[in-house]
Design a protein around this ligand. Structure first.
Ligand SMILES: [Zn+2]
Length: 221
């Protein structure tokens, strides 16, 4: 029920009855004083300002052919509008699908970038807790949660300890993993969490469990 006391359905029926009357009651075969289909089209498509359209409303409600044309243009306009709305809805749907696709794809990408490769294959094997000062530091992103360490050529398989220490000697992270040989490459994968560490120079220490530490300079980015 609306403010006038009758429902939208009642209102529609009244307009339909009035419209049926308008379509018949005012024949105007000569189309005397008719504004022409262009004006009717613009009114039907709401393209004409109301101030301009106002002067034609009297004619529209007292000329059956014009009212008929107007109803026809209005129906066509509504059909086009519905089609436009459907097209908009379809593009919104496509955008949502693309966003969803990107959202579900992204975690996979970040898993890939969270693995850091540290290549020690061509590094000399340093002995002791101090890294060789001539070696350039390995660079690792702190966001990486998995380090895939390619051990120096000739390294054997088995359990390894890994730790990252500050230049002062204080240990930041310790990890343990098992080195495996594949195609002549000894690689060691360890899980590390450096999310709370600051960027800077550190020392990566690796040892075969119960052996001596080997040290390499590392730059956390
Ligand atoms: Zn007319």
């Amino acid at each position: 029920m609306n403010a006038k006391g009758y429902s939208e359905r009642d209102e529609k029926r009244i307009l339909e009855v009035l419209g049926r009357g308008l379509l018949k009651e005012f024949p105007n075969p000569e189309r005397a004083g008719c504004p022409g289909s262009d004006v009717l089209k613009r009114i039907a498509a709401h393209e004409m300002p109301l101030a301009e359209a106002g002067k034609w409303l009297d004619h529209l409600t007292s000329c059956s052919p014009c009212y008929g044309d107007f109803s026809h243009f209005q129906a066509a306009h509504q059909h086009r509008r519905t089609r436009t709305l459907l097209a908009i809805a379809a593009s919104i749907f496509i955008v949502i699908c693309l966003a969803g696709w990107a959202f579900f794809l992204k975690p996979k990408e970040s898993i890939v970038t969270q693995t850091a490769v540290l290549d020690l294959r061509n590094r000399s094997i340093p002995r002791g807790a101090e890294p060789n000062p001539a070696e350039p530091p390995l660079e690792v992103n702190r966001a990486a949660t998995s380090w895939n360490i390619y051990l120096p050529l000739g390294s054997s398989e088995g359990p390894f300890d890994v730790r990252i220490v500050r230049p002062s000697g204080e240990s930041l992270v310790t990890a343990r993993g098992t080195a495996k040989i594949s195609d002549g490459l000894t690689s060691l994968v360890v899980a590390v969490n450096l999310s709370s560490a600051r960027s800077g120079q550190f020392i990566l220490q690796i040892r075969k469990t119960d052996s001596e530490w080997n040290s390499y300079p590392v730059l956390l980015r």
